[in-house]
Design a binder for this molecule. Structure first.
Ligand code: NAD
Length: 435
């Protein structure tokens, strides 16, 4: 039976705390695509297909024709930042787009002005900016964010909205007492508890306003009982954390392949140079620790050393990020992988990925906001594990280990779409072709 899915009518607001390189590459990219200046490369919602039924049935619709997604023309952008720059100025600073392309989307981007941010330097030590809310309590700041959301909805005549954190990486924190229940969290807001991060206040404001929330950075944010309970109670879908774009994307392509052939791995050394503001923020050990945790967890989960000790129990895995201004957003990520085969004979693999961070992240932002909005209209609530495909550290129910293998993640995503529309799951058993 197919699920009831409300139609994607009217305008969909996309609210982004953090209007830096990723957010402006996403917004500018959508504007460029709408003008026919480029293709939405990297986006499953725009280019992907889903096979239905048997391989002999020839039913392979585009995903966007199979499930009711908002179209690019229905999207309206807004957000918050600690700097006053319009999306055009922020995009010009980020230097991701060629100046000629940027000039063509200037009129649309210039109109997008950030609202005043909720910011705390203790959470992002390398940044400071003037465009911030100065209310006395965190509770008053949360209220102000809710007013921003309501105002944005009203001014733009929105039908629905989705929020996605594209802000800087906050320092590493663990869940504490204040994060345990909604009551303790709200008490903490009123008392200015220092353990509540700005990103948590945005997530709280979104959920209280009935807005689905995604986290593109590795911060703890809404991965705490207080906010997950709120999401479930209000029947709002959420997902996170940390876009899987460059080096970790490569890892989740390669590691499952090595494991599928029962090849061993004794060392995986990853290092990066990047020169954008994200790289600068990650120079701070606290912010880097958040990133390191999500980057390191991937290999352990894929290789399962407890099940395959002879292949992976001694794996040495290290991740480094070096801020190197000359490269800007054009990151270079190196991997040295020490593997071993039959009788333990060693071999090496080297990867040198000369990537573009925000060019890889922008289509993920688009897919995530469209899919979260779809999930909301389909009545799905809480953690959306089927969106693990997009994240380095996919959120899961407590006690459940995350699935990192990208091909399993893709299968899960497409099976969820089939399930929504009442189509048969695809198991890849395929015996029927030989009966
Ligand atoms: N580009 C990628 O491939 C990629 C991959 C995974 C995760 N990420 C994460 O996405 C986030 C954005 O990356 P980016 O390259 O756009 O960084 P960026 O530094 O260009 O942009 C981040 C923006 O957030 C703003 N900001 C910081 N704290 C804020 C707050 N409390 N409220 C509102 N604005 C705030 C900053 O002023 C800045 O403009 C980072 O956390 C990054 O780690 C990016």
């Amino acid at each position: 039976m197919s699920r009831t899915i409300a139609p994607a009518k009217g305008k969909l607001g996309i609210l982004m705390p953090g209007m830096g390189a990723v957010a402006t590459t996403f917004m500018g990219g959508v504007e460029a695509i709408k003008k026919g200046l480029g293709q939405p490369v990297g986006s499953l919602t725009q280019l992907g297909t889903v096979r239905l039924g048997k391989r002999t049935d020839n039913r392979v619709p585009k995903i966007q024709d199979f499930v009711p997604l908002a179209s690019l023309n229905q999207l309206v952008f807004g957000g918050w930042d600690i700097f006053e720059d319009s999306a055009y100025e922020a995009a010009a600073n980020a230097k991701v787009f060629e100046p000629e392309l940027l000039a063509k989307v200037k009129p649309a981007l210039q109109k997008i002005k950030p609202m005043k941010a909720v910011f705390d330097r203790n959470y992002v030590k390398r940044l400071d900016g003037p465009h911030v809310k100065t209310h006395k309590t965190l509770a008053a700041k949360a209220e102000a964010l809710m007013e921003d959301i309501a105002g944005f909805r009203k001014t733009n005549g929105l039908e629905r909205a989705v929020m996605i954190w594209c802000g800087s990486t906050e320092v590493f924190t663990r869940p504490g007492k204040v994060h345990e229940t909604l009551a303790s969290f709200e008490k903490g807001l009123a008392k200015n508890d220092p353990n509540i991060a700005p990103s948590q206040i945005y997530a709280y404001a979104a959920l209280k306003s009935g807005v689905p929330f995604a986290n593109g950075a590795p911060n703890l944010t809404h991965d705490i009982p207080a906010l997950l309970d709120l999401a479930r109670d209000r029947e709002i879908p959420v997902c996170g954390k940390d876009f899987k774009t460059g080096q970790t994307f490569m890892k989740t392509l390669l590691a499952p392949g090595l494991k599928s052939r029962m090849l061993g791995c004794s060392g995986w050394f990853s290092t990066n140079i990047l020169g954008n503001r994200d790289g600068e923020v990650l120079e701070d050990p606290g912010s880097f620790k958040s990133k390191e945790e999500t980057k390191l967890s991937v290999l352990d989960q894929i290789f399962q050393p407890n099940l395959y000790p002879e292949l992976y129990k001694d794996l040495y895995h290290a991740v480094r990020i070096n801020y190197y201004p000359p490269r800007g957003d054009a990151k270079e990520g190196w991997d040295n992988i020490d593997i071993f085969g039959w009788l333990g004979y060693p071999m090496q693999i080297k990867i040198d990925f000369l990537c573009r961070d925000s060019i890889l992240a922008a289509p993920l932002v688009l897919d995530l906001v469209l899919f979260l909005d779809l999930a909301h209209r389909a009545g799905m609530k809480g953690i959306q594990e089927w969106l693990s495909f997009y994240f380095k550290a996919p959120m899961t129910a407590p006690g459940l280990y995350p699935e990192h293998d990208i091909f399993i993640q893709l299968m899960k995503l497409k099976n969820t779409l089939r399930w929504m529309r009442g189509e048969d799951m695809i198991t890849h058993l395929g015996l029927e072709y030989y009966d």
